[in-house]
Write a protein of this length. Structure first.
Length: 86
């Protein structure tokens, strides 16, 4: 369930909190510092895919492109969205 439209919309405090959690997990695993940075970047990409609408994959096409890429190819620009629950 997306909370933000794009990765640029994620507040800095949310991003910093997630980075700190990910860095601690990697330190606990005993990974070297140079590898840890790459792992954090990869996990942040997954994090964005979970909380940002335009970063999520969709099932309308093969290879599951991200929503943002698909919409751009269709000439659609999303400026805001709203989540409704029933």
């Amino acid at each position: 369930k997306p909370q933000y439209l794009a990765s640029a919309d994620v507040p800095a405090d949310v991003l910093e909190r997630e980075k700190a959690i990910l860095e601690q997990q990697i330190v606990d695993q005993g990974k070297p510092a140079e590898i840890a940075k790459k792992i954090v970047l990869g996990r942040l990409s997954k994090f964005y895919g979970e909380i940002c609408l335009l970063e999520q994959g969709h099932a309308l096409e093969e290879k599951n492109p991200k929503v943002g890429k698909f919409l751009k190819e269709q000439g659609v620009v999303v400026k805001q969205f709203q989540t409704l629950s029933v």
